[in-house]
Design a protein around this ligand. Structure first.
Ligand code: SAM
Length: 450
């Protein structure tokens, strides 16, 4: 390793360590990373190396913790460790056990960083732990699910659920592989301010990167990781926002027109609200509802930057109370994008796989149904209702919609002609990371009869 490489590696490890520590208080992790970037202003090489390293640590997080608990013989779980020790140990396991790094080099880098950023006591613990990993042997898999868990870094229960869902082990392996491929960053161009081709050319010329078009939508561009997004003048000018193409499809399918009244029931941080405002040419009204004040503030910031705040009316409230408070049957179109398990976002949010729980899957569909029902009450006769999630589980998707349609005969499914069809619901649209190179996504469009 040249001295320049060693310096880049050390800088990259510092970005990741500081991000992991910050992300314990500030969510999401990518936002914590952006804050660290601002504090450190690292080299472009270090940014790029750190993006790969952070992804690698987050995708294996549950396994890294299992190894730490094993090596340190912890009886409870890793949360009993000091924050700096815990996160430095995660990096150590990733580098030494999974990525074949040199334990002495990793121990030295982490020791120096923890000593500088935390304290000498924590640094000594991290160094001793990292050197102990030299003799660590990963456990032998007990069965096929266990083998897949360690080979593809996913919780066993999740693999088991997907096996039931797809019924084809090869397809599940394809999904596991796709979940572990770091996708390029997708941006949605603000067509109210710039033409997508023009922005693509500008980014290629100025930042010397390859920009590729999206798969389904003209306003989507794919750019490589590592650009200092939040500091780019194009971002400041509101020429684009970061958004997955699958998520952008939802607003495109609902297709709001200039002058319409649209409700976005779970709107923050505004990816779909600002996209709809853009599709409406900034003319008409979008009623954006959410319960989360901080996320709503981000919606306003993004809308302001994009130049579409004037047509957005924000309401901080429980969406289930919206018909009571704002009225019924007044909207041309309503978009319901409720909280979900978000297993479809694993390629972009690699740690998500360790956060989803079977309990959550039991609880969420009832909540999603209540939000969909409230959204439907605001649709005027002849209007449209769109339900979307970034979940791939039928219980959060087709089953919620099926129950809704059974109880609301005044609504009927409309065909969405993009992606794959829903499970036993040919009118709905499904996208999968392994089939479409997007996040996993579900969209059902319904019309209210006259
Ligand atoms: C999947 S996110 C929405 C993402 C957003 N549509 C976008 O494209 O940027 C779900 C949102 O639902 C909000 N939420 C949770 N409970 C809610 C409720 N009872 N009423 C309204 N919004 C709620 C969360 O705060 C979160 O912002």
């Amino acid at each position: 390793m040249t001295s320049r490489d060693a310096k880049t590696y050390e800088e990259a490890v510092e970005i990741v360590l500081r991000t992991l520590v910050k992300a314990e208080r500030i969510k999401p992790t990518q936002y914590a990373r952006r804050l660290v970037m601002k504090e450190m202003n690292p080299s472009r090489e270090a940014r790029s190396v750190s993006a790969g390293l952070l992804y690698s640590v987050l995708q294996k997080r549950g396994l890294l913790d299992e190894v730490i608990e094993d090596v340190l013989e912890i009886t409870d779980d890793v949360t009993e460790l000091d924050t700096w020790v815990r996160n430095a140990a995660r990096i150590a396991v990733n580098e030494v056990v999974f990525e074949d790094g040199d334990p002495d080099e990793v121990a030295d880098v982490l020791h120096g960083l923890v000593r500088r950023l935390a304290n000498p006591g924590a640094a000594a613990i991290v160094k001793a732990f990292t050197l102990d990993l030299k003799d660590y042997e990963p456990p032998e898999p007990e069965d096929e699910l266990d083998r897949l868990k360690w080979e593809y870094y996913h919780p066993r229960w999740l693999i088991e659920r997907w096996m039931e869902m797809f019924g084809d082990p090869d397809e599940v392996v394809a999904l596991l592989e796709a979940n572990n491929r770091r996708p390029p960053l997708t941006i949605r161009v603000n067509t109210l301010k710039v033409d997508p081709e023009e922005l693509a050319e500008r980014l290629q010329r100025k930042y010397r990167v390859t920009v590729e078009p999206g798969r389904f939508l003209d306003e989507i561009l794919k750019i490589p990781e590592g650009l200092p997004i939040g500091e780019m003048p194009e971002w400041e000018e509101g020429l684009f926002v970061i958004q997955d193409e699958a998520a952008a499809l939802a607003s495109a399918v609902l297709n709001p027109k200039p002058g319409e009244v649209v409700v976005d029931l779970c709107a923050a941080p505004g990816g779909k609200t600002t996209h709809m405002a853009q599709l409406m040419g900034g003319e008409g009204k979008i009623v954006a509802i959410d319960v989360d004040e901080v996320r709503m503030e981000r919606l306003r910031e993004i809308a302001e930057r994009m130049g579409v705040l004037d047509c957005i009316e924000t309401h901080l409230m429980d969406g289930r109370e919206a018909p009571e408070k704002l009225g019924r049957e007044f909207a041309d179109a309503v978009l319901v994008d409720p909280p979900c398990s978000a297993d479809g976002t694993i390629p972009k949010n690699p740690e998500r796989r360790w956060r989803i729980t079977p309990d959550e899957l039991e609880r969420l569909p009832k909540f999603q149904y209540e939000l969909l029902k409230a959204g439907a009450e605001m649709v005027k006769p002849g209007g449209r209702l769109l339900y979307s999630t970034c979940s791939m589980f039928p219980e959060e998707d087709e089953e919620v919609v099926r129950r809704f349609l059974d109880e609301h005969p005044e609504f009927e499914l409309l065909e969405v002609k993009v992606g794959d069809q829903g499970f036993d619901m040919p009118e709905a649209c499904r996208l999968f990371p392994h089939r479409h190179e997007t996040c996993g996504f579900f969209i059902a469009l319904m019309g209210r009869t006259g």
